[in-house]
Write a protein that binds this ligand. Structure first.
Ligand code: SF4
Length: 372
């Protein structure tokens, strides 16, 4: 059995879980290729005009999957206690069904961590019939998925490399198929485990900046949803462009304890899981003296960011941290992005070297707009 997995949206955070889950069931995962022009165009044709860019890309990736028995479109309701995913995330698979080629079967399952673990397992058991597996195998697969996801998340420290980590998870799955054909000395399970453990090795070897320590290069925090910050085609290679000029901090570099410790100052809890992470990380970066500036990456049509971006920008203003908002859509042009990026980095550099603060007049303006 071959199951198609779109390289979009939930791929960027939860692929290790699903990879571990399906590999434990001896099912091959076929991942759509990295986004390119045709994928984007096809997504635009099939997705609703009102939806956000990541969902349009998901629609394109669904169409890029060929020769698979099912396309996997999970309904991820909640991925941690007390939070939900955003309403557009929740609307999958129905909202992207027009993008599924005619006659192509869809495999879906609900994942809701607001319920008990027992309920999550029960929900996953609906797959037993379609996949021809027993309940015990599904439970075992769930544990494997959790193990891979945990291993992956444990690597998300400073200097963590997303591409590298995900490539290793993906190549583990390809080894699985190959080892069925060849008589490799290691079993496919052993090879997968060794590949996955490599991710951890790499993260441990990366240098960390101690609190209070500053490097000569500028340090810029890129804040936003993982499926925007790491979607290099849609974000016009923003991450690579930044890496060439400055040290980059990402939301994924921030430990969960730090996120939790920077959620204060709101009258109500944020109940969208990604937004909670972005808000906590944004607040932390605004206070962090080692970070010289913040770039918030959002996309046109993102409902949750319309609130969270404003909150993070107020925090940045309050802490006198240079801040820039970049809004992406399918029409974003590279020249405009490069110009804004260069202007922002020049301003941050000048501030760091010559001024120490933006202006005293700015301080005055800030005082009325700090209250959250
Ligand atoms: S959080 Fe924003 S970008 Fe993400 S799926 Fe929801 S609306 Fe789209």
């Amino acid at each position: 059995m071959r199951i198609g997995f779109p390289r979009a949206l939930y791929y960027f955070d939860y692929f290790p879980f699903w990879a571990g889950f399906f590999h434990s069931l001896d099912i091959e995962l076929v991942i759509s290729p990295p986004t390119h022009r045709k994928i984007m165009d096809q997504g635009l044709k099939k997705a609703s005009d009102e939806t956000c860019l990541p969902l349009k890309l998901l629609a394109g990736h669904i169409q890029a999957l060929e020769n698979v028995d099912y396309i996997f479109l999970p309904r991820m309701v909640s991925i941690e206690a007390d939070t939900y995913t955003c309403p557009k995330f929740l609307g999958i698979p129905e909202s992207v069904l027009p993008a599924v080629p005619e006659g192509q079967s869809v495999l879906t399952v609900t994942l809701n961590w607001r319920n008990s673990k027992r309920q999550v397992l029960k929900d996953l058991e609906v797959l037993t019939e379609q996949l021809g597996k027993s309940k015990a195998e599904i439970r075992q697969a769930f544990n494997k998925g959790m193990e891979w996801q945990k291993k992956y998340q444990n690597t998300m420290g400073a200097e963590w490399d997303f591409e590298d980590s995900l490539n290793k998870v993906e190549s583990a799955s390809w080894d699985f198929t190959e080892s069925n054909i060849s008589n490799a000395p290691l079993t496919w399970k052993e090879r997968m485990i060794s590949k996955i453990s490599l991710i951890g090795d790499k993260a441990e070897k990366q240098p960390h900046l101690a609190v209070g320590e500053k490097s000569d290069r500028l340090r810029i925090a890129l804040v936003g949803h993982s499926y925007l910050t790491h979607e290099s085609y849609a974000n016009l290679n923003l991450l690579r462009k930044l890496h060439e000029k400055v040290d980059v901090e990402l939301v994924q570099n921030v430990r969960q304890e730090d996120i939790e410790g920077h959620l204060s100052g709101l009258r109500k809890k944020i109940f969208w899981s990604h937004s909670k992470q972005i808000f906590g990380a944004g607040n932390k970066y605004a206070e962090d003296q080692r970070v010289d500036g913040i770039i918030y990456l959002t996309c046109f049509g993102c409902g949750t960011d319309s609130i969270i971006q404003e909150l993070v920008s107020r925090k940045a203003r309050e802490k006198h941290k240079p801040y820039m908002l970049i809004t992406l859509d399918e029409h974003s042009g590279e020249a405009g992005l490069v110009t804004r990026l260069e202007a922002f980095l020049d301003m941050v550099e000048r501030r760091r070297v010559h001024e120490g603060y933006v202006s005293t007049y700015g301080e005055c303006l800030d005082s009325d707009s700090n209250a959250l």
